[in-house]
Design a protein around this ligand. Sequence first.
Ligand code: ZN
Length: 146
Amino acid sequence: MTNEELIQRARAVVNPRKIAHGFTVGDVGCALLTERGNLHVGVCIDAGGGIGFCAEHSAIASMVTGGEQGIRKIVAVLGDGTVLPPCGRCREFMRQIDRDNMDRTEVLLGSDRAVKLRDLLRHPWDEVFEGRGGYPYSMADDGGEI
Ligand SMILES: [Zn+2]
């Protein structure tokens, strides 16, 4: 799938409409291609009280529901096709979903422009714990079954 095709898939799900209190849903669309070549899409939900989420968040939830975590390419767009770089929360979300996404994921900034997730997230907040046994307050990361 070309970058332009991925952009068009994201654009195709944009469908802005109003919800309670003047908030909106569907203003931004996202399409991602997984490591295994599956496509997932999502839209943003802007809701009051900080409970909304970005289009990337929505597409990533669909991917995780489908049993994958590795993102090969991702893009978010407005209805006019304007490509939006992911917000800081979504950058961190992509990293925490699968750490290999740092060097695997191409984030499209346009049909002819892409960067690796690592280029957008140069200094992860928990990098100081690397080589020191990992983040001391997390759940056990023994690689075992849940
Ligand atoms: Zn975001």
